[in-house]
Design a protein around this ligand. Structure first.
Ligand code: WQD
Length: 390
């Protein structure tokens, strides 16, 4: 199958105005892809589209390169009345062995992602995250659009995250695999995952399984499932920070609420974990590094360099930071204390969850370049630019 070269290809990105989506849309434009953003604006704002455009224009002007095209399709990716005409626009005249569409790949972010909400509203999560994926992939397949980058999550490792086992992709596989362990012993890994603790995480695992079966059924499909660890920070311009109007559940946005005086203090959930300082450890990856991981996955897929036509990759730094280390890092950036107190553990939490990122490094030729401190500094730039810093 002839693949359209990556330069000047069109990439369809769902949820492209969200936190991770917007950073990925920007990096796609910087990498000379034309971008079609599908976003129903249910959890994002159209102004983000203009900011991405501004940043990409500025980048290409500075580099003397041509700004690719970008367009916003402000509809739900599940609405076939608007999706089908859109895909029709990019259909290529059917010639023998030619690609059927100008769209060289899809990055699928659009999904619900709140763990707590998935526990109280599981059907909403299965309908959108799983049902939506099935219909979307069906529609794409009919247009010959079969390079698919899926937004997955380290949540699929479930209780394995707490086992002390190195979190490698082969811990959670969709078909039997033979792997060699660090002692050179071969071992057969059975399909499955262990102890996913919430419906949100289960939707991600089920979607991976669906895509693995799809890829096994049709070699024309190339699917990459990217398992994110803990995305933090924002673009260094400060224009794409996490929207402060939402009620955050993740650590860094809550630290921001404390820094800006909206919350009195940070509650550190658990101070008796078996970690260096007793607070929980996570793999905090800068969202720009995470976005660039998608470009690397797309490039590897488009060049036909994936070892299998369904492949999972961890997107993490490979090293952990504790909650206390995050607070200390942010305090070193703002040069003032952040009120915090030790609190009870949060239900469903694990003590440590850190990626083994070797497969991404070796097969995607990608690794993280930004630090936790960079993320804290970029968040402060966002607060200054937004007029939120106190
Ligand atoms: C990080 C650490 C908390 C808030 C979640 C989802 C996961 C994925 C990434 C989608 C934990 C501690 C937090 C606070 C705290 N999302 N914390 N005080 O739980 O690792 O992962 O986001 O894929 O699905 O579960 O991230 O940022 O919520 O917590 O002490 O006020 O910070 O206990 O140890 P988590 P988080």
């Amino acid at each position: 199958l002839r693949r359209i070269p990556s330069e000047n290809s069109y990439i369809l990105i769902t949820g492209g105005l969200g936190f991770i989506g917007s950073h990925t849309t920007l990096e796609l434009l910087k990498a000379n892809y034309n971008v079609i953003v599908i976003d129903n604006l249910s959890n994002s704002f159209e102004v983000v589209f203009d900011r991405i455009n501004l940043l990409a224009q500025k980048f290409h002007k500075q580099n003397g390169s041509q700004m690719p095209s970008m367009r916003l399709h402000a509809h739900d990716y599940r609405d076939t009345k608007t999706l089908i005409p859109l895909l029709e626009e990019y259909r290529l005249p059917s010639r023998w062995r030619a690609a059927k569409s100008k769209i060289a790949g899809v990055i699928h972010f659009a999904a619900y992602k709140a763990v707590e909400e998935s526990i109280s509203h599981p059907l909403k999560y299965y309908s959108n995250n799983v049902g939506g994926l099935i219909d979307f992939a069906t529609n794409l397949g009919e247009f010959g659009i079969k390079t698919f980058i899926f937004s997955s999550s380290a949540t699929v490792y479930g209780t394995l995250a707490n086992s002390g086992l190195p979190l490698k992709e082969e811990l959670c596989v969709h078909k039997e695999e033979i792997t060699v362990d660090h002692n050179g012993q071969t071992k057969i890994v059975q399909p499955g995952c262990q102890g996913i603790t919430n419906p949100y995480g289960r939707t991600k695992w089920i979607c991976e399984s669906i895509l693995a079966d799809l890829a096994a059924s049709d070699p024309e499909w190339t699917v990459v499932a990217l398992r994110y660890f803990n995305p933090v920070g924002c673009d260094s311009s400060g224009l794409l920070g996490e929207d402060p109007r939402q009620t955050p559940t993740n650590l860094l946005p809550i630290v921001v609420k404390v820094m800006t005086g909206q919350y009195a203090e940070l509650q550190m959930f658990g101070s008796d974990w078996e970690t260096t300082d007793g607070t929980a450890v996570r793999d905090f990856i800068h969202v720009t590094d995470l976005a660039r991981g998608h470009i690397a996955a797309l490039r590897t897929a488009n060049e036909g360099n994936l070892s299998e036509n369904f492949r999972t990759f961890n997107l993490g730094t490979g090293s952990g930071s504790s909650v206390l280390e995050v607070v200390n890092t942010m305090e070193s950036v703002i040069d003032r204390p952040i009120p915090r107190k030790a609190a009870e553990r949060r239900a469903g939490d694990v003590g440590s969850c850190v990626a083994v990122a070797d497969r991404s490094r070796d097969e995607l030729k990608w690794k993280t370049e930004k630090s936790l401190k960079d993320a804290c500094q970029d968040i402060c730039t966002f607060l200054d630019v937004s007029g939120l810093s106190s």
